[in-house]
Design a protein around this ligand. Structure first.
Ligand code: SF4
Ligand code: SF4
Length: 447
């Protein structure tokens, strides 16, 4: 019997995964035109290396990394560059992007598979190839993978954790990858393990994915990958948060303001791990990903393998979404996803899901706080969300900082559990914006 690991706090939103969890990944045809943002990651945007009129192939670099915390961007189709200009981005701002007319030939760039078996490639070279392939965290955070894999010498990492929790309701992209590409996932894990020289290596999967648990367990046994340990996690949100996953599996705590490497851990998502395998073994850069398209307004939900730059509206149409009745579209899951103002925005490397809600979703009325303390019990970071929200509302930002507002992981558990329907996480995000603006102003004064 496996012990089920978990963390303190958290909530139990309905899983809502039943409509897509058994649907195999389908390849979504590349659209006639893609709009590929040059910023699809945390860090400096890529610099364009193509111009209007150029011809590009699938997988060709169209934007180069502009620093260590940056990754290149690759074309997802072959065809002619129509423009390099600002376009709406799913994060709600205008971002430089490359607009490409797909010629339908799907001509591939001259990337090639590795001549050497990956076990013979030095860790530094593996990291460099991962950066060149433009790989970022595909669970939503989009942090460049090579940065996580390059901890400084004063922060030794001994533990690699693969995040197969997929705790956000509705999403099943990682679930399907664990079922359909199990062996590739394990190869990716071994590559990451070699890079980090990690002594311990875990794959954490929530208990509500028994088929994925069984597939991974069988593949580990069959291949005698004894050093990879499968950990079954209790199904609880936000189990897939890095800090919660580390706590549940190792009992270690990431310090306030710190990173997983501060407690000897590196966490990579399932999709990212498979992308690492594809980059190292096949030489493939990251220009497509699995997206779950679902929600109450979607008539025929699916798990789709989608080229980056594909406008979200094409996916919603293909999944028979009642666009007239659609009230809200979210990129990602319902707890931490981002509401979209329109559906022309493209799929990017971190688009794990697209959810559409119809007009029957009831409006939410807010009531005064009744000091029930449920938000405090639910907070996985041990914050006091009700108090933080009040500080921000009353513009007492310094007090909010003293009460560790910046440690909030914006999981939304407090908002979910609040019986008064107070949007606590909204106030906390607002507080972070004020704090960042204040710090930026102070820094510019010093210069
Ligand atoms: S305060 Fe932040 S970390 Fe705590 S429950 Fe709310 S959103 Fe999550
Ligand atoms: S859960 Fe809502 S009502 Fe209860 S203490 Fe927190 S903010 Fe107040």
């Amino acid at each position: 019997m496996f012990k089920k690991c978990t963390f303190k706090g958290g909530v139990h939103p309905p899983h809502n995964k039943n409509r897509t969890e058994k649907l195999p990944i389908e390849i979504f045809p590349a659209p006639e035109k893609v709009i590929i943002p040059l910023s699809q990651h945390i860090g400096a945007p890529a610099k364009p290396v193509v111009k209007r009129g150029d011809y590009v192939t699938v997988g060709q670099m169209i934007g180069e990394a502009s620093g260590f915390i940056s990754v290149p961007i690759h074309s997802s189709v072959s065809g002619k560059i129509l423009s390099v200009a600002p376009f709406p981005h799913p994060l709600g701002k205008q971002v430089m992007a490359v607009e490409i007319e797909n010629d339908g030939k799907d001509e591939k760039a001259a990337y090639k598979s590795s001549e050497n078996p990956w076990r013979e490639i030095a860790p530094g070279e593996l990291i460099q190839r991962i950066q060149s392939a433009g790989i970022v965290g595909m669970g939503g955070a989009s942090f460049p993978a090579h940065v996580k894999l390059s901890p400084p010498s004063n922060k030794p990492v001994d533990t690699l954790i693969i995040n197969g929790a997929e705790c956000e309701p509705y999403l099943t992209a990682d679930h399907r990858l664990m079922l359909e590409r199990t062996e590739d996932l394990l190869i990716g894990v071994l590559i990451l393990k070699k890079i980090l020289n990690a002594k311990r290596c875990y794959i954490g999967i929530e208990e509500n994915k028994p088929y994925a648990i069984s597939a991974v367990k069988t593949a580990i046994k069959k291949n005698h990958y004894d050093k990879i340990k499968l950990v079954i996690l209790r199904a609880k949100y936000p189990q897939g948060g890095e800090k919660q996953l580390i706590d549940a599996i190792t009992g270690r705590n990431v310090p306030s303001g710190g990173l997983p490497m501060d407690c000897g851990c590196v966490v990579q998502n399932v999709g990212t791990t498979i992308a690492v395998r594809d980059a190292i073994i096949d030489g493939h850069p990251l220009y497509q990903r699995v997206v779950t398209v679902t929600g109450p307004a979607v008539g025929s939900p699916k798990n789709l393998l989608v080229r980056t730059g594909t406008p979200m509206k094409y996916l919603l149409e293909a999944c028979q979404t009642d666009m007239e009745a659609t009230k809200k579209v979210i990129m990602g899951g319902p707890m931490m996803g981002l509401a979209q103002t329109h559906t022309d925005v493209p799929v990017i490397k971190s688009t794990s899901g697209i959810l559409a809600y119809n007009k029957t979703t009831p409006g939410i009325r807010e009531y005064p706080c009744i000091n029930c303390g449920r938000c405090i019990q639910a907070c996985p970071i041990n914050l006091v969300p009700s108090r933080l929200a009040k500080f921000v509302e009353r513009k007492k930002i310094d007090e909010a900082v003293e009460w560790n507002l910046m440690d909030c992981i914006e999981c939304g558990s407090c908002t979910f559990i609040c019986p008064s329907k107070i949007n606590l996480v909204h106030f906390i995000k607002l507080g972070k914006v004020h704090i960042q603006a204040k710090r930026a102003a102070a820094a510019s004064k010093k210069q």
